[in-house]
Write a protein that binds this ligand. Sequence first.
Ligand code: GLN
Length: 192
Amino acid sequence: MKIGVLASQGAFAEHIKVLQQLNVEAMPVRLPHELLGVDGLIIPGGESTTISRLIAAYNLESGIKALVKEGKPIFGTCAGMILLSRDISGNTTKALDLMDIKVKRNAFGRQRESFETELAIPVLGEEPYPAVFIRAPMIERCGDGVEVLAKLDDGTIVAARQDKLLVTAFHPELTGDYRFHRYYLDMASGKA
Ligand code: GLN
């Protein structure tokens, strides 16, 4: 199995490292032809406006959308989640419009710009999952076909899945807990 990691900007090197730890071939993707032949794509955290501009500048949008049509799984973390969304709160520009969610950027304000918390995520098993949030977005609305995977104690939705699209508001590549990547790989191989 070969998983592409969008390497335009942001935390791509960390995702590549996790995939390598899990003995999966990881392919940094910057150009459209690098999307050919991957079995899935991770869109990392970073600055969504920058990544969005680079996706446009390097003509990556149609290749990413083709992967989804082929049923290949896409995992968007933090800025990657923003990019996969249909609507961005307070923003008239759309992202890739692939997942039926509405997100709010930098949703936690200055006091809680970055924080770590333990989340109950039933699809990952009983043990709480350590989630690192960095200037993180939240999911404000989920469409009918979207399964909520994790919420904060106050009910804020921070992880979800729609068919083969998986998103987290937090950074699963920054802790040693690889269960989210394993879950994603199970989606890629049809096990989850
Ligand atoms: N605040 C960033 C944005 O809106 C996302 C931060 C992140 O990916 N850690 O694009």
